[in-house]
Ligand binder design. Structure first.
Ligand code: UD1
Length: 357
């Protein structure tokens, strides 16, 4: 049987590079498209080394360029798309909403448009647990209500989920009376994966997270503090109503997360979906506090971290973690790596990019 081809938009980035590795390991052909706006070639080179594949097609392009996306779909027979190409800094999105709406929505619309025009496609959208907002009904299931987003970034995730849902619904009606006038062609099916907090790096330490400037997220800030790039980690708030006063999150290992994508793509391509649009939480189901994470990092890597408690960060939710039963049962996927293994991999990666090991 011919190999299926998966387009990974944003495939040179942190999540995209790990997903590319796992797709290739699972026997898929991958086309990577990236505009390199928030990464360099480090991870793509790492992907080639890990997989031993020097021939992975790489398209330097911006998915906001409608003609280029159409052209790409004309040149490859794409069976599924995983769409990562998006901006993701919460604070920046508050300061520059137009930049976020334009980039995150235009690129996804172009991907969907081209998918339809070229005979239909299976689309996996990279969503976020941020859509659940603040809730005291924990853990959250896929049925938990979405709350209005607290940032333009979060809003783009909600809007893109809705766009995907509507496009799939319309595509199911092509050719029928309801949608007789539509010029679109192929059927679209899709899955939105709602990630909790992806952390860590590939066990080879050849790919990982490469934040530009001061990291917004916790784990890159921890590893950069440990290596001496940052003087001190600020823990945002220790007066939350949680056991140790710091926020609770569901930290999901990046390789486990990548494997969830392979399971979701296979489900779409093997015709196993129960509905044309499905949503899955991708987390561990295990809440971990910021203090616990810092302590675990120190313990597993045998070092002391310089940190202090400061005020709460505006916009942070107290606690969120996933009910993972749906993903476990339907995708046949489960998070496997322990938080200690993941934190060791994050540290190995930080040392690798510092040229220490
Ligand atoms: C954030 C975004 C989420 C996005 C995710 C991407 C919100 C509210 N959050 O999640 O949408 O998908 O990043 O990875 O939209 N912390 C510190 N010190 C630091 C950094 C973080 O104490 O220097 C704490 C935070 O207060 C939080 C926890 O660590 O309690 C995790 O923070 P972070 O890694 O930024 O992720 P989230 O805010 O959960």
């Amino acid at each position: 049987m011919a190999k299926k081809t998966v387009l990974v938009s944003g495939g040179a980035g942190y999540i995209g590079s790990h997903v590319t590795v796992e797709l290739i390991n699972a026997g898929y052909d991958v086309v990577v498209a990236d505009n390199m706006s928030n990464c360099d070639m480090t991870c793509f080179e790492g992907v080639k080394k890990i997989t031993g594949r020097d021939d992975i097609p790489f398209e330097l392009m911006d998915c906001c360029d409608t003609a280029k996306v159409q052209d790409l779909f004309g040149r490859y027979k794409i069976d599924a798309v995983i769409h990562f190409a998006a901006f993701k800094a919460v604070g920046e999105s508050v300061a520059q909403p137009i930049k976020y709406y334009r980039n995150n929505l235009d690129s996804f619309l172009n991907i969907l448009d081209a998918s339809i025009a070229h005979g239909g496609c299976n689309v996996l959208f990279s969503s976020s647990a941020t859509v659940y907002g603040e809730t005291d009904k924990l853990p959250v299931t896929e049925e938990s209500p979405r709350q209005s987003a607290t940032s333009p970034y979060g809003n783009t995730k909600q809007i893109c989920e809705d766009i995907l849902r509507d496009v799939i619904k319309a595509s199911a009606a092509y050719g029928t009376e309801v949608n007789a006038g539509a010029s679109a062609q192929g059927p679209v099916k899709g899955i939105a994966l709602r990630y909790f907090n992806p952390i860590g790096a590939h066990p080879s330490a050849l790919i990982g997270e490469l934040p530009r400037g001061v990291p917004n997220n916790l784990v890159p800030f921890i590893t950069q503090t440990a290596i001496g790039k940052r003087a001190c980690l600020s823990i945002f708030g220790n007066d939350y109503p949680t056991p140790d006063g710091t926020c609770l999150r569901d930290y999901i290992d990046i390789v486990d997360l990548a494997k969830a994508h392979v399971a979701a793509v296979s489900r779409m391509l093997d015709g196993k979906m129960k509905k044309d649009y499905e949503i899955f939480n991708v987390g561990t189901g295990r809440p971990v506090s910021v203090s616990e994470l810092v302590n675990a990092f120190e313990k597993v890597n045998g070092l002391k971290l310089n940190y202090k408690y400061v005020d709460r960060r505006p916009g942070d939710v107290v606690a969120i973690w996933a009910d993972t039963r749906l993903a476990n049962e339907e995708l046949g996927w489960k998070a496997e790596r322990t938080v200690e293994e993941t934190l060791a991999s994050a540290w190995a990666w930080e040392k690798h990019i510092a040229g220490i090991e």
